[in-house]
Design a protein around this ligand. Structure first.
Ligand SMILES: Nc1ncnc2c1ncn2[C@@H]1O[C@H](COP(=O)(O)OP(=O)(O)OP(=O)(O)O)[C@@H](O)[C@H]1O
Length: 338
């Protein structure tokens, strides 16, 4: 079956910035990413700050072009299409919800115009049908109809994110990509927005890519969890098993530290800094912080191993034993390989 969206060997390399100027160094924001998202499934993306989560999300919605590799939407390579066709394919195929609705919405446009805009751009239906669709979208995300005339600045943060979600859904995409959709919101409204996303997913049969620092939430929202480290996907695990059966030491460490997730388990400390994305280590990117690393990890990037269970693969020379409880795994200090 054709994936809704598929990244194949996607790389994103930037020129580094420092003191406001471009430097000669390269930033390896995403390296060799393969990821396919099928209709109706939710894929969560976790990893520490700077590991490339947003870069991956931007590739999936066609706002960033891979330096090499491909992004295919419905089996068609986005970046080999003429620009107008690419915009049409992305506009109707994928919706994106960003972290901060205050900056994602045009402050001068009332809610009704924000929601009409994609319908106008893609010439959906008659004027009356577009007006009806705007009203339908407001109902879908739980916004009272009188707010159709309000400016984004007159809304609460949660209401603004509802507008952003409604806009992303205006053209009935099969996939919604949400990049930290609640992290800019008050804690009190985060659960409401997450519940809205879950509800919309059920009602509309959406596929979703959900990026977040909050790995508990990712686990709860997702069918499959993708772990990223320093620009690479290092593991994909069925969400129900990620806390106990992940094989990559980094995934285990991340989930062992999630508050409340594994109450009987001592967190595995992630010691030492994340290496710079301008100079990733040789071999396995995680080996400088990994308590299981040895010379092999420095010498060679591990290939993906497909685990016994479907939808589980990991890149590690010394994976954690599947049946080993997480609390057995911690070591006081990672060993620095020679
Ligand atoms: N336009 C750019 N120019 C230079 N470097 C960039 C650019 N965009 C991203 N980067 C770098 O690429 C790497 C990946 O960034 P990205 O925003 O994808 O990470 P992230 O995991 O989403 O981080 P966060 O969780 O903090 O949002 C980082 O090192 C970042 O500094």
């Amino acid at each position: 079956m054709t994936a809704l969206v598929e990244l194949s060997d996607a790389h994103v390399v930037h020129r580094a910035r420092g003191g406001g100027v471009l430097r000669r160094d390269r930033v390896y924001a995403l390296t060799g990413a393969d990821l396919a998202v099928a209709a109706g499934e939710t894929v969560g993306v976790v990893g520490e700050s700077g590991c490339g989560k947003s870069t991956l999300a931007r590739l999936l919605v066609g706002v960033e072009r891979p330096t090499s590799g491909t992004v295919a939407l419905g089996g068609r390579d986005l970046w080999s299409m003429p620009a107008a066709r690419r915009r049409a394919a992305v506009g109707t195929g994928v919706g994106m919800v960003f972290q901060d609705p205050s900056t994602a919405l045009n402050r001068r446009l009332p809610v009704g115009r924000v929601l009409r805009d994609p319908l106008d751009v893609h010439r959906r239906g008659t004027r009356a049908e577009r007006d009806a669709r705007v009203r339908e979208l407001m109902g879908l995300v739980g916004l009272p109809l009188p707010l159709v005339a309000a400016l984004p600045g007159q809304l609460s943060g949660g209401q603004r994110q509802r507008v952003a979600i409604a806009r992303a859904l205006a053209l009935e995409p099969a996939l919604l990509v949400a990049d930290e959709p609640t992290s800019a919101l008050d804690v009190s409204v985060r659960a409401q927005i997450l519940n809205l996303l879950l509800d919309l997913r059920e009602r509309l049969g959406l596929a979703m890519v959900f990026v977040s620092h909050d790995i508990q939430t990712v686990r709860r929202m997702s069918d499959r969890v993708v772990t990223m480290y320093l620009g690479r996907i290092v593991e994909e695990t069925p969400a129900a098993e990620v806390a106990d059966r992940a094989r990559h030491p980094y995934t285990r460490a991340l989930f062992s530290a999630a508050p409340g997730l594994l109450r009987r388990v001592e967190p595995i400390p992630l010691t030492g800094p994340v290496p710079s994305a301008t100079r990733p280590p040789s071999g396995c990117p995680f080996r400088t912080r990994c308590w299981r690393a040895d010379d092999e990890c420095a010498a060679r990037l591990p290939e993906f191993t497909v685990a016994s269970r479907p939808a589980h693969r990991y890149r590690c020379h010394h994976p954690v034993e599947e049946d080993r409880a997480t609390h057995d795994l911690a070591r006081p200090h990672p060993r620095e390989p020679s």
